[in-house]
Design a protein around this ligand. Structure first.
Ligand code: GDP
Ligand code: IMO
Ligand code: MG
Length: 407
């Protein structure tokens, strides 16, 4: 029987979605990205080799897994080409297993130009990948879609109109460099083979797989607190990162999903600007950053670190109808004498913490719950009971096999 699973981040991204999606992809027919773009950086470690994916679904390293990029994704063809070439050098091929929705909005170089100059003023701390401006054009109904690559006349007309508009913004609002329309058209022409090889009616493809009883996995990017509607606005990304994004970003109803795996680190990180109530600035912050190698997988920026906020996590569980909690990076806490978690806020909105004695022993690589130290078990059990959601996966290291499955 088919089992459709959604895997998404419950914090500000970088929870370990790549690792978990890869680990769950063994028995899966297809893995689908449904929102975001190459602002994502999803790390996978197999046989000691680390791969970072930005656009390709994290099931890609399993040769039989079908890879889908749904209409909800904003697509940079430059980033896609680079990623596919890099993977091909590692022996990963995509013939007959990459399906990219014709309805994806394209990210053009001028979107990246606008994102970068605008962020200098607005200071969101974006990844500078053109994500926000590309979604703006989608919603304003002037975007270039992947399917437009099949009609050269129409493409030329649409690109000319859109880039002229971008140039006006760049010139008049930001006094910044403009983009040459012919250069952009020539660049797009060089990516025509991507359209010829991979363009697809994704909604229909997924429908057919479902008819055949195949199991499908949906891979979220970013995290719930970066959701355009439910996150820490305006310090958010420009898509719906929460569960509803699957329905609109692929074309399946909410009941299509059987299992919703929400991922949280055993602590918290954030990259970019915006509120982070449990953020630390002391030696504990340094220790989390060092032990957890907390540097952005896309931009290399240091991630801000702090304790786990259970009030926010419980909300994210509700927001996404999470059925299964996945707790990652437990091993990063191995050498902390005490571990704090936020259990409420005071009247000024400051976090109130509960303290746990640290287990001070190695959990790295442990792959059964029984083998965990008692104090680590108590920490996990407290989280489960606070957020009223069972943990079914615990991650104790970056590699596939460093994983505990509880059910
Ligand atoms: P994603 O964006 O959610 O896929 O997460 P990233 O790949 O950006 O960041 C997660 C980082 O933590 C990567 O470097 C992973 O290799 C690493 N990682 C994932 N799970 C674990 C874990 O359980 N323990 C440790 N130590 N590292 C992990
Ligand atoms: P994954 O999928 C962490 C953050 C940026 C910035 C904000 C807006 O790897 O978890 P954007 O470029 O999207 O307009 O930036 O969102 N951000 C992420 N933070 N992980 C990500 O992706 C992120 N994608 C965007 O740092 O604060
Ligand atoms: Mg990441």
């Amino acid at each position: 029987m088919s089992l459709n699973t959604l895997v998404l981040g419950l914090q500000w991204g970088d929870e370990g979605k790549g690792k978990i999606v890869d680990a769950l992809s063994e028995e899966i027919h297809a893995v689908c990205r449904f929102q975001g773009g190459h602002n994502a950086g999803h790390t996978i470690k197999v046989n000691g080799q680390q791969t970072v994916l930005h656009l390709c679904p994290s099931g890609a390293l399993h040769p039989k897994v079908q890879c889908v990029i749904g209409n909800g994704v904003v697509l940079s063809l430059e980033a896609l080409e680079k990623e596919l070439k890099g993977l091909e050098e590692l022996g990963v091929t995509f013939e007959n297993r990459m399906h990219i929705s014709n309805a994806c909005s394209l990210i053009l170089p001028s979107h990246i130009g606008i994102d970068k100059v605008r962020d200098k003023k607005e200071s969101i701390g974006t990844t500078g990948r053109g994500i926000g401006p590309a979604y703006e054009d989608k919603v304003a109904r002037r975007a270039i879609r992947f399917g437009d690559m099949g009609n050269q006349e129409l493409l030329k007309e649409k690109v000319t109109t859109l880039v002229s508009y971008h140039n006006k913004i760049l010139q008049n609002l930001y006094e910044a460099d403009t983009f040459n329309i012919d250069d952009i058209l020539a660049e797009l022409d060089s990516y025509k083979y991507l359209y010829d090889n991979y363009s697809s009616d994704v909604q229909e493809t997924v429908y057919q797989w479902n008819q055949q009883g195949k199991s499908i996995l949906f891979e979220g990017a970013q995290g719930s607190l970066l959701d355009i509607d439910h996150g820490t606005y305006p310090y958010v990304t420009s898509s719906n990162t929460t569960a509803g994004g699957v329905s609109t970003g692929i074309g399946v109803g909410p009941k299509f999903i059987d299992k919703i795996v929400g991922i949280s680190k055993a602590y918290a990180t954030r990259v970019g600007e915006g509120p982070f109530l449990t953020e630390l600035f002391d030696d504990n912050a340094k220790m989390l950053a060092e032990r957890g190698h907390e540097f952005g997988a896309t931009t290399g920026r240091p991630r801000r670190c702090g304790w786990l906020d259970l009030v926010a996590l419980k909300k994210a569980v509700f927001l996404n109808s999470v059925t299964d909690l996945c707790l990652t990076k437990l091993d990063v806490l191995d050498s902390f004498e005490s571990i704090e978690v936020c259990i409420s806020y005071d009247s000024n909105g400051n976090p109130i913490f509960k303290s746990f004695p640290g287990w001070m022993s190695k959990t790295e690589g442990i792959n059964t719950f029984e083998a965990l130290p008692d104090r680590a078990k108590s920490y996990i059990q407290f989280i489960e009971s606070f957020i009223e959601c069972p943990a079914s996966i615990i991650s104790t290291g970056p590699s596939r096999e460093q994983t505990i499955y509880l059910s």
